[in-house]
Design a protein around this ligand. Structure first.
Ligand code: HEC
Length: 148
């Protein structure tokens, strides 16, 4: 008999000398108290806690879109046209005739809707390309090209 085989036999015998049912016994020992506690009560409590926090977060509405309402003040349309050429013409065309973005010249869009689009972005258009005075100027320019 080889040395290796004997060593294997020896190892096996040490395994067998342990109580082979020790592990099973511990698991199958019935819990004190109501036996369904673990499979019924705990999931119910978890469900209640998780749905309560989801509902609370939804109610809190942490991520409100910025600047939805608010009166639109119009600035200087000529300055606005220049800013439009820098910031918007790449997508909407130099004469706002359309390109990647839709045509704005002659479009039936209100100034309010345009302001909301500039503030919040949409589709591939990034939010907040122009703000403050510059936004007022761009809106004044847009007001001159939108359909009346
Ligand atoms: C990266 C390209 C890109 C740039 C830059 C861009 N836009 Fe847009 N714009 C778009 C796209 C695309 C849409 C359509 C969005 C959608 O479908 O929701 C759009 C939509 C709009 C709309 C709404 C059009 C409609 O029919 O309702 C307005 C108004 C507008 N853009 C104004 C501007 C102004 C003003 C600027 C410059 C400050 C600008 N955009 C810059 C791509 C752009």
């Amino acid at each position: 008999m080889s040395v290796y085989f004997e060593a294997t036999l020896a190892r096996k015998s040490t395994v067998v000398t342990r109580d082979p049912k020790g592990y099973d016994d511990r698991v199958s020992t019935p819990e004190p108290g109501w036996p369904l506690r673990r499979i019924v009560v705990l999931p119910l409590v978890l469900f209640a806690v998780v749905s309560a926090s989801v509902f609370a977060l939804a109610k809190l509405h942490l991520a409100k879109p910025a600047g939805v309402a608010g009166p639109v003040t119009l600035g200087d349309p000529q300055r606005g046209q220049v800013i439009f050429g820098e910031k918007c013409a790449g997508c909407h065309g130099t004469k706002a005739e359309g390109g990647i973005g839709p045509a704005l010249a002659g479009a039936h869009i209100t100034v309010d809707a345009a302001k909301a689009q500039i503030d919040n972005g949409g589709g591939t258009m990034p939010a907040g390309l122009v703000t403050g005075r510059r936004e007022d100027d761009v809106l004044a320019y847009l007001a001159t090209i939108f359909a009346k």
